[in-house]
Design a protein around this ligand. Structure first.
Ligand code: NAP
Length: 282
């Protein structure tokens, strides 16, 4: 049984590779990466695969039984064909199952929606190729908030336009565990799963960070328009708008979804407090 993971050297890819190694051993895992020299730490066979190259994936997927396709990072419209390159090459190589990492989010109402729409199109493509499949919709990773802690401390606050909206955070480590199960357990085939933890507000997030980091952050809700302006000034048009769109989605309830994590893994998702503590330990 050979299982391949695309974008394997990325943070999510590495976490899925680690989880798979624990389950089936390094000799059965293949990491497919755009930049092989960035993947030596993984400890598995590495093959070349840029999402833009159908030819590279034709080679990379030879002899592979199952593949995990990690959502790309490019312009949302461009991603659709990039993902098709992987799915078509999987079909051509007789890969028996494809698992795709999609995203939770609102398909229409905000600046993040084009990314969500692009993911939904790939979900349709994955379902339509006649290969066994399973799809996860990832919640928002908790790690970027925690990596931002020094800025939060400097500002004394978490500030965004999520308001009282509840968000189901997850972590790349929890996702790695879940995707390994989705790849290995064929009883999970043919379903879309929300891979998320418990829903919390931004005030609750601030409280949990305060409890763990011994900080005294407050949560300050601001309007969507003000937040967008601030983010665009700091991060530029593309990312600034997307970040504002994500928090608008949280405010509108798009990230307050029922979790399927336990259905997939057989255990409860870590609480947000446990994920924060886990992050600090690493
Ligand atoms: N749920 C969330 O909160 C959230 C947040 C951010 C992103 N995401 C999504 O989750 C995915 C994984 O996130 P991450 O944290 O693992 O990101 P990451 O650490 O930045 O890794 C991104 C990976 O994508 C690879 N990649 C980029 N363009 C590629 C291409 N054309 N062909 C093949 N590989 C390519 C990168 O390869 P190189 O090392 O060669 O560049 C890298 O391995 C992202 O792609 C994004 O769609 C989700």
């Amino acid at each position: 049984m050979k299982i391949a993971v695309t974008a394997a050297n990325g943070k999510l890819g590495s976490s899925i590779v680690d989880a798979l190694i624990k389950e089936i051993g390094a000799e059965n895992v293949v990491g497919i990466v755009r930049t092989p020299e960035k993947a030596t730490h993984l400890g598995v066979e590495i093959r070349q695969g840029d999402y833009n190259s159908r030819e590279e994936f034709n080679e990379a997927l030879k002899g592979v039984d199952k593949v995990l396709l990690i959502s790309g990072m490019d312009d949302p419209q461009k991603r659709i064909q990039q993902h098709r390159n992987v799915i078509e090459a999987a079909k051509q190589n007789g890969v028996s199952k494809i698992v795709y990492t999609s995203i939770i989010g609102d398909e229409v109402n905000n600046a993040f929606s084009p990314v969500v729409q692009s993911n939904r199109q790939t979900e349709k493509d994955v379902k339509s190729f006649g290969i066994d499949w399973a799809i996860g919709r990832n919640g928002i990773y908790i790690e970027p908030d925690l990596e931002y802690i020094d800025n939060y401390k400097k500002d004394g606050e978490i500030r965004n336009c999520a308001g009282d909206g509840r968000c189901t955070y997850t972590s790349r480590k929890e996702l790695g565990f879940a995707y390994a199960k989705m790849l290995l357990n064929d009883e999970l085939n043919g379903q879309v799963y929300n891979l998320v933890g418990d829903p919390i507000t931004q005030q609750e997030l601030a409280d949990l960070i305060n409890k763990t980091y011994k900080t005294d952050l407050k949560y300050t809700p601001v309007s969507y328009e003000d937040y967008k302006k601030e983010r665009v000034e700091e991060l530029g048009d593309f990312i600034g708008n997307i970040i504002a769109g994500i928090y608008k989605g949280i405010s509108d309830g798009a990230n307050d979804v029922i979790s399927d994590f336990e259905k997939v893994t057989g255990r409860a998702h870590l609480s947000t407090y446990e994920m924060i503590n886990d992050f600090i330990k690493v």
